[in-house]
Design a protein around this ligand. Structure first.
Ligand code: AHG
Ligand code: MN
Ligand code: MN
Ligand code: MN
Length: 323
């Protein structure tokens, strides 16, 4: 089996990008080890701090954020980073070709129940001259690489540099990522959906009607039974979509009028959308391809509908109707 280094060496990407991806990968091995030791490493539980999102930070949110920040600072290829756990962009130096956005620990509500968590990252080109928050506000189409690491029964890395999606499995014996799927392909059709059903009363009409029709199964307009799964970590749900297809959505809701969307564009929706598109799937807000959104702020939130191409297209038909 090919190692990550060997696979990257065969792709037409700059050496600096390969180096940066290696740094992200080796940091994820250290994160994987900390996650794996759990209570033994003293990493479970919460801090008494809130992040810019208004969420109480878990100890591991803070630890993983520091690990990534320090590794990227030492790497030398990154000018600045934006993180879920940092209020403002962090400038790392005057040199380096890239900006990195990351969610250091996705699914952090799963941490204390020993369930799936991950890390999500997005790499953008750095502009000439000074970097500021403005430098990050590039649409997802500008990403030169994106990926996630899933700390599951096996630790897996999903990665795209715009040449399809590769899946790697961490060999825990030697801390090396080995290529276990060189060309991920999402089936066009599916009978599986992922949504937090507890928000149903707060959804808008298109999502109410679409999910309602899925739940009607064979006696409804879809004339087919659908199964539901919800891992409560986007990394886990998207990994299932990449593995066997499906539709994943965190739609607009009016539970809290100040916060109509949950997922963050720059370090959740954009990298996952690039992976999904590169694997033959589709990703939208319901009204626009996520990768075409012109970001307004680094912590901007967005509605997300992604997965099997035909199923996402069907969901979008419900959004095109006047209710
Ligand atoms: P994070 O832990 O990085 O803040 O992200 C949590 C997100 C995402 O991973 C997941 O899809 C969603 O929140 C889960 O939402 P619910 O709590 O509504 O299930
Ligand atoms: Mn969070
Ligand atoms: Mn997240
Ligand atoms: Mn997070």
């Amino acid at each position: 089996m090919q190692t990550l280094a060997q696979t990257l060496a065969n792709q037409a990407i700059p050496a600096s990008l390969a180096q940066l991806l290696q740094t992200l990968a080796s940091t994820s091995v250290a994160i994987s080890n900390a996650v794996r030791r759990g209570a033994l490493a003293g990493v479970l539980g919460s801090t008494d701090h809130e992040n810019v999102q208004g969420e109480t930070q878990k100890k591991l949110d803070v630890i993983t954020n520091e690990m990534l920040k320090e590794a990227l600072r030492a790497d030398g290829t990154v000018r600045a980073l934006a993180s879920e756990e940092e209020d403002f962009p962090v400038v790392l130096g005057d040199h380096g070709d890239y900006l990195v956005c990351f969610d250091p620990l996705d699914g952090s509500s799963n941490i204390d129940i020993n369930s799936l968590v991950g890390t999500i990252f997005s790499v953008l080109p750095a502009p000439q001259g000074e970097v500021s928050e403005q430098s990050f506000l590039q649409s997802g189409r500008h990403q030169v690489a994106a990926g996630y690491v899933l700390y599951g029964p096996a630790t897996m890395l999903a990665l795209t540099t715009g040449h399809g999606v590769q899946l790697y499995t961490l060999d825990p014996q030697n801390g090396e990522y080995l290529l276990t799927n060189p060309a991920v392909s999402i089936p066009k059709d599916t009978a599986e959906f992922a949504i937090n059903m507890s928000n149903q009363q707060f959804w808008e009409a298109p999502m109410q009607t679409y999910i309602g029709d899925l739940l009607l199964g064979k006696i409804g307009p879809r004339e087919k039974s659908f199964n539901m799964r919800w891992i409560a970590a986007m990394v886990g749900d998207v990994h299932r979509v990449l593995s066997r297809g499906g539709i994943f959505t965190y739609p607009t809701d009016n539970k809290n009028p100040q916060k109509p969307y949950k997922l963050r564009l720059m370090y959740e929706a954009n990298p996952m959308s690039l992976l999904v598109e590169q694997a033959g799937g589709k990703s939208s807000t319901g009204y626009q391809d996520i990768l075409d959104i012109q970001p307004q702020a680094i912590h901007q939130r967005v509605a997300v509908i992604l997965g099997s191409a035909n199923e996402v297209a069907t969901c979008l038909e419900y959004h095109a109707v006047d209710y």
